[in-house]
Design a protein around this ligand. Sequence first.
Ligand code: FCB
Length: 457
Amino acid sequence: MTHDDLSPVSFPEGFAWGTATASYQIEGAVTADGRSPSVWDTFAHTPGKVHLDQTGDMADDHYHRYPEDLSLLADLGVTHYRFSLAWPRIQPEGHGPLNGAGVDFYSRLIDGLLEHGIKPWVTLYHWDLPQSLEDAGGWPVRDTAERFAEYAALIHQRLGDRAPDWTTLNEPWCAAFLGYASGIHAPGRTEGAAAVRAAHHLMLGHGLAVNALRDQGVSTAGVTVNLYPVDPVTDSDADRDAARRIDGLMNRFFLDPLLRGSYPADVIEDLSDVTGTDHILDGDLETISTPLDFLGINYYSRHVVRAGTAGPGPSHWVGSEDVEFVKRGVPVTEMGWEIDPDGLYETLKRVYTEYGPLPLYVTENGAAFDDRVTEEGHVHDEDRRAYLDSHFRAAHRALSEGVDLRGYFVWTLLDNFEWSHGYSKRFGLVHVDFETQRRIVKDSGRWFSEITRANAL
Ligand code: FCB
């Protein structure tokens, strides 16, 4: 069911309107000023891992062009800007002292945002683990969680005075299961048991970091997860069990520890053939469930599943490799992701009623389309505008039914390095010519700037 109501809606006063980005996807300058390699540098430079063997070496050259990008943010009228810190820029070895030049970059960025009246919304980890920490075992190793909390504390000491809102992790599901189980993301390992341990240590690192930031008086701390509604294709017991399993791995495996302090028993049982629970130590769940000031939700689509047979090759659905994902034939984005704004409404309602009440933010939502620049230098991306319009309305519907939604960050500011898809998928409100680095605000960006200014659509 879609909701084609185009009547005007307005958002609560103080609602945060932003765009989101991630360090490795936009910064480039991968060897500048003492930055060390991250797992993504290594992965992208490994032949066959990324579309056309593209890398983030240059990306949007945001490291050098950030003043122009700050002007673009100002043009878009955003109140907030969500960006991530590159750990290997700030603490190149993943432990020990900070790299002053790396800290200075983010310090300048934050000052620039504040000069434009834009609130910085900092994410500590959007997947660029220092390679040296991966060499020491990566997220499957407990020590990485400790290192993360140390890094969080050190950088918060330097930037926290001007940036009050801190997010620990972006999408621990992706970092754990795409990185260590299917291996389609860095570091590209295909070890199911290691992925399960990685998920635990990511969440542990989150909890330790929140405590460290609290000790320093952080004003708001939270985490961002990516959630999908999961539906069975039929009402059969087998299909419903398939949906339970995928909902378990995708959503509850993260929401339950973070917000309830326990793992879902059924998922632990599903995983028992893969790995035990020796890596979960006494007190971990208490740390992981340290109360949050907000939960960030990244929403892109819905999963519809049925019981089936395992496909070839490694899967990110550890222990549930035999679940099949069904396409319903509804319109999709350039990623092949089904467009399903109702899924955003359902997700917000579900989290708020089952895990809340707590303040929520949509920390990412957006779409890749096959954008073209016209001869006059415009990008008429009506498909993206319609996508965002329908999702903003879905979020508003949840809000009007009492969900405490505080803000919405569009993914993303600039076309960029879309992980294993390289530069082939454009999600930006701003078009980037990767040869010349010329930026053009797309029609969707112009439309968005009217919404941010009116706080209504
Ligand atoms: C999310 C990531 C983000 C971007 C979008 C399309 O999973 O957090 O970096 O790749 O998907």
